[in-house]
Design a protein around this ligand. Structure first.
Ligand code: DGL
Length: 259
């Protein structure tokens, strides 16, 4: 049994969609969430910059004694996780677009993927896509502009609706039956996407799979927390606390931190 916190980081508030899945599955675990909103979006940065920011986030979480780190950002995972795993001793859990289940289950043989430029251009994403996309049309779309709007608290704005309509139309025209959300900010777009897409389109993300993997790795390393104490789940942001506060249950602690 181990009561040290799980560390979670993202370029901003999007990784809270992953935190929510982890907290639902592992309600006894303490956690520290780092929202590097000051440097969002990561999606347009170079691989080297993404690695440097990921190092900074990891070292902060390790300084807080985290027992495992969840890279709750597809962009940071696809660009930096192999470096992090090779450099630090703790286990790392990453998140990648759920191309495999979409490709295995599509009936129309067309799937859409919405992700950042950094994720779609990464070697890891190409490897996975090449592996599963045989005979399937994969419509890739960079979600340019989405993350900054979510970070600004404008998730359900007209500006966002217009962007999403532009991004979804080519996928609708290609008759996709799966839309893969390849960025942890995007699950917050679900209400808008459900309105916009034909009813038969299934929208999937990897949050629950990451939570299950986190549990399995903690278990394997004898790191699970079985304590019945009320857990401490702390959220740090290096910008305004209000946007993070708005999407979280009021029981969680949100603090400003300079990093
Ligand atoms: N949540 C990050 C991801 O999953 C957003 C990346 C960004 O900041 O552009 O990719």
């Amino acid at each position: 049994m181990n009561t040290q916190p799980i560390g979670i980081f993202d370029s901003g508030i999007g990784g809270t969609s992953v935190f929510k899945e982890i907290h639902a599955l592992l309600p006894h675990e303490n956690s520290i969430y780092l929202a590097d909103s000051k440097h969002a979006p990561y999606g347009n940065k170079s691989k080297q910059e993404i690695i440097e920011l990921s190092i900074k986030n990891t070292e902060y979480l390790l300084s807080k004694n985290c027992k495992l780190i969840v890279v709750a950002c597809n962009t940071a995972t696809t660009n930096a996780i192999s470096y992090l795993r090779a450099t630090y001793d703790v286990p790392f859990i990453g998140i990648e677009p759920a191309i495999k289940p979409a490709a295995l289950n599509t009936e129309t043989k067309a799937v859409g993927i919405l992700a950042t430029k950094g994720t779609l251009s990464s070697e890891l994403f190409h490897k996975t896509t090449d592996l599963y996309s045989n005979g399937i049309k994969v419509i890739e779309q960079v979600g340019e502009g989405i993350v900054p709007l979510i970070e600004a608290g404008k998730t359900y704005s007209n500006q966002m609706k217009a962007l999403l309509r532009d991004y979804m139309q080519p996928m609708i025209d290609a008759n996709i039956d799966y839309l893969v959300l390849g960025c942890t900010h995007y699950p917050y777009l679900m209400p808008l996407l459900l309105e916009m897409l034909p009813k038969h389109v299934k929208i999937i993300d990897s949050g629950l799979a990451v939570a299950k993997q986190t549990k399995a790795v903690l278990d394997k390393n004898s790191l699970l927390n079985f304590s019945s104490n009320i857990p401490e789940n702390i959220f740090y942001t290096n910008t305004n606390v209000s946007v993070l506060n708005d999407i979280l249950d009021k029981k969680f602690i949100v603090e400003h931190l300079n990093f």
